[in-house]
Design a binder for this molecule. Structure first.
Ligand code: UDP
Length: 481
């Protein structure tokens, strides 16, 4: 670089994966970097522009202290039609039909050419920050002579399990889906089954690709903080192929993109109505029930879920993301009126959790959800559904002891999809969370200590703040090399 270019702010290009749950934390990290003086360009496809733009507008309109944030959005087309996919399908709001998954990934890999051209166009670029799923971007960044940083959507605990699973292959000789085995090498013994690793860490081929791309990257950025997973942080510092930057918790209440919803008015009305409803409840009396962005339940399961919430006798807010409601028990909403609120569509989750009336959270162990629950200081009940969620459940229940499983049977489930959790199990979990008692009081004490540590971590001088400083300084040094 010419000497005058050395004085320019760092320019980072962020390339998130296309689902909301991957995009939300990555955009928050981009925004934090912009507020620390980094020039940020976010790259996505047209169908996802509306999810990114609110964060960019909010960052750019912030007063300069000490830097005027500078974020841009650049779009690259997603070639749906070339791969036999429906237009706009990359803005994933449901898991693609199994037959279309290979096409979805093939189309994703084909973005390499467009990203390559864009990186040339955007020069000078100091680093490419891309989702772990975009394994091919390590080689692309190398071709451009810039470092690639991996954004890892889940926490250190699952990351350590992933790493040790790849290195030790603990299930290679186990064909049964329900036989428990331990993962060697971890700071504490952890037992899992193949069923509970399904889709997550069950493919050694995929783990190999991830490992290799990490090996050739500059490092990994994780939305977690040291005090949440200290043993696993120390462990990963020792075994990780590259540097690890813990920059979370990001995306806490009040910092989320306003609605992440095309119909913004509708989202704002839903937000206001839900928060007003909570205003009228007593402290820690409400249980919030939500299963993330991609969660699909059978009709039979949805019915049991509804009945379980009713049977608990406690106030609840339930975010329902289901097509059609034939399964809804007759007269259900009239029966629970005044005590239960069913929110359809996109709920302002981080704000709901931060409300003083919410004392418990039934959730699926998606990592963003976990971070939001922990940072809101609410007691948790776990109902993992897929991906790495069964692994994360172990962290919450066995290691941190801030959660109670909705149904213990899950840990030995043979085929999770076919299992229906009975209404009574959910009713029992809800009573444990908001019904009072020493067990939940202890859980809440622990989770509130963690929440306070999370706030300290991101405040100036905190561990996550400092990791972001190290990342920025490290990349500045790379520029001089
Ligand atoms: N979310 C939200 N409102 C909803 C559903 C989800 O704000 O109605 C947000 C939630 O706060 C979290 C993200 O979507 O930030 C879900 O991410 P997570 O990793 O928990 O789960 P996934 O969707 O990948 O299963």
């Amino acid at each position: 670089r010419a000497p005058e270019q050395q004085q320019q702010p760092l320019h980072l290009v962020f390339f998130p994966f296309l689902t909301r749950s991957h995009m939300i934390p990555m955009l928050e990290i981009a925004r934090i970097a912009a507020e620390r003086g980094v020039k940020v360009t976010v790259v996505t496809t047209p169908a996802n522009a509306h999810l990114v733009q609110p964060t960019i507008d909010r960052a750019n309109s912030r007063p300069a202290f000490p830097h005027q944030p500078h974020m841009d959005l650049r779009l690259i087309p997603y070639p749906s039609a070339d791969f036999g996919l429906p237009d706009g399908c990359e803005s994933l709001s449901a898991v693609p039909a199994p037959a279309l998954v290979p096409n979805f990934y093939a189309a994703l890999f084909s973005l390499r050419g467009a990203l390559d051209t864009l990186l040339r166009d955007l020069r000078p670029v100091d680093a490419l920050v891309s989702d772990a799923i975009h394994v091919w971007t390590t080689a692309l960044a190398a071709e451009h002579g810039i470092p690639r940083l991996i954004f890892q959507v889940f926490g250190l605990f699952p990351l350590c399990v992933e790493n040790e699973t790849y290195l030790h292959r603990p299930y290679e000789s186990i064909s049964s889906r329900s036989e428990p085995f331990s993962i060697p090498g971890l700071p504490h013994p952890v037992k899992l089954t193949r069923a509970s690793m399904a889709e997550g860490f069950n493919s050694l081929y995929m783990l190999g690709l991830l490992h290799e791309s990490e090996l050739n990257s500059y490092g990994v950025i994780v939305n977690s903080f040291y005090a949440l997973e200290p043993d696993y942080a120390e462990h990963y510092y020792k075994v990780a192929p590259r540097k690890v930057f813990l920059v979370g918790p990001v995306g806490l209440a009040g910092t989320h993109p306003p609605a992440a919803e095309k119909k913004e008015e509708k989202a704002t009305a839903c937000r206001d109505a839900t928060l007003r409803w909570l205003d009228a409840r007593e402290e820690d009396s409400v249980v919030y029930v939500s299963f993330g962005t991609l969660c699909e339940f059978s009709e039979e399961q949805l019915r049991e879920l509804a009945l379980g919430l009713e049977a608990s006798g406690h106030p609840f807010v339930w975010v329902l993301r289901a097509e059609g409601e034939k399964w809804m028990p007759e007269g259900y909403e009239e029966r629970v009126a005044g005590r239960g609120l069913v929110v359809r569509g996109w709920a302002p989750q981080a704000e709901i959790l931060a409300h003083r009336a919410v004392g418990g959270f039934v959730m699926h162990c998606g990592w963003n959800t976990v971070m939001e629950g922990v940072c809101a200081g609410v007691a948790l009940a776990t109902w993992p559904r897929r991906f790495e969620q069964f692994v994360t459940e172990k962290l919450l229940v066995d290691v941190l002891k801030i959660a109670t499983p909705v149904w213990e049977g899950f840990s030995s489930v043979v085929d999770e999809e076919k299992v229906v959790v009975p209404a009574e199990a959910l009713a029992k979990a809800v009573k444990r969370l908001v019904g009072g008692g020493e067990e939940v009081a202890a859980m809440r004490r622990r989770v509130r200590e963690l929440a306070a540590m999370g706030r300290q971590a991101v405040a100036e001088g905190g561990s996550s703040y400092e990791d972001m400083s190290c990342l920025i300084q490290g990349l500045m040094l790379c520029r001089e090399e």
